[in-house]
Design a protein around this ligand. Structure first.
Ligand code: ZN
Length: 344
């Protein structure tokens, strides 16, 4: 038997041992004899049941008490239920979810991620940081789309020798080199599980609105003067879309359509590095939550974060009555166009 990956055995005081440190995946064992504490310590070495019984004999712990302790540890959720033989080191992502899931099956999370396809439009400093995070998290297919050149504002995630090259192609090369198992193309007509669109000022309606008809789940990430806004995650036909947000803003400021039109074509100023890091981390977190089947914080909500304050502000959104996106029916949806999926 072995502990769930990453958990460690800690001695608290005579008679008291602890496995793990976080209440969500740890247990404190009290009233132990010295021999029983040795037994708990032995879990560090992933002993077999026979090993524990043998150790119990040398430390004065009767077999029934060894089995009782083992059962207690199993019920506490600190033992790895899979306990497959020959289990080597697991990636930190798999270990993390193994500690937290009731079934201890971090491998199932990694399998779902490996099968997932994420499209990414806009591979600037923020977009590239997001792509690297998703690839490192185990997402199997990343489809990058950005024909703009790498600029000095993208350095950090790009190299100075990349300046002037096309971002999408350059980013794809870097990712393939760092993550050899990553797929960066997909057959024509493939629909991504999530498309992330990174932009400045406003989401690009010309490129995002067709995604409603094509039934593509998409996440706008919009960099502003101070904040980066992540969300809402647009699930066509369910919840608000980017046009709903535009209509709500127009209700609050009737000059918004004029402003938005100008923002769409304004030059991209580059993203402050901590804004890029915070925005990419939030976006990656939400994309992975959607892929893993966990609760998504940006369902009908957006998260706004800035270099001034690392704690995101949550803003709730509703479907705007004049938008009509909640009436996008199954019949109106068409398969996603192959060209929307980035370089082949
Ligand atoms: Zn809408």
């Amino acid at each position: 038997m072995r502990l769930r990956p990453g958990l460690t055995v800690l001695w608290r005081r005579p008679g008291e041992s602890q496995v793990g440190t976080d209440p969500r995946c740890a247990v404190v064992l009290e009233g132990l004899t010295e021999g029983e504490q040795w037994l708990v310590e032995a879990l560090r070495r992933s002993p077999t049941a026979a090993d524990l019984l043998r150790l119990g004999r040398t430390r004065g712990v009767p077999p029934e008490r060894v089995r009782e302790l083992t059962a207690l540890l199993e019920r506490s959720g600190v033992l790895d239920p899979s306990d497959a033989p020959g289990h080597g080191p697991v990636p930190p992502e798999e270990a993390y979810w193994s500690r937290l899931r009731a079934d201890g099956d971090g491998g199932a999370v990694m399998a779902a991620r490996a099968a997932a396809r994420v499209a990414l439009r806009g591979v600037d400093r923020l977009g590239m940081a997001l792509a690297v995070t998703l690839a490192a998290a185990g997402v199997g297919t990343l489809l990058l789309d950005d024909d703009a050149p790498v600029t000095t504002a993208d350095l950090g995630v790009f190299h100075p020798r990349d300046v002037g090259r096309r971002r999408g192609r350059c980013a794809t090369e870097h990712l393939r080199s760092a993550f050899p198992a990553l797929r960066t193309s997909a057959p024509a007509g493939t629909r991504p599980d999530v498309l992330v669109a990174v932009s400045y000022g406003v989401p690009d309606p010309v490129r995002l609105r067709p995604l409603l008809r094509e039934d593509v789940v998409h996440l706008p990430v919009v960099v502003g003067d101070v904040d980066v806004v992540v969300g809402p995650l647009v699930v066509p036909g369910r919840g608000p879309c980017t046009r709903c947000l535009d209509l709500h803003r127009t209700d609050a400021d009737d000059a918004w359509p004029a402003l938005a039109t100008q923002l769409r074509v304004a030059p991209a100023p580059g993203t402050e590095v901590t804004v890029a890091a915070l925005g990419s981390a939030l976006a990656a977190h939400q994309v992975l939550a959607a892929i893993d089947g966990r609760e998504v914080g940006v369902n009908a909500a957006s998260l706004e974060v800035s270099a001034l304050d690392p704690v995101p502000v949550v803003r709730r959104w509703t479907v705007h009555p004049r938008c009509g996106c909640d009436r996008v029916g199954e019949d109106a949806r068409t398969p996603v166009a192959a060209g929307a999926l980035g370089p082949g």
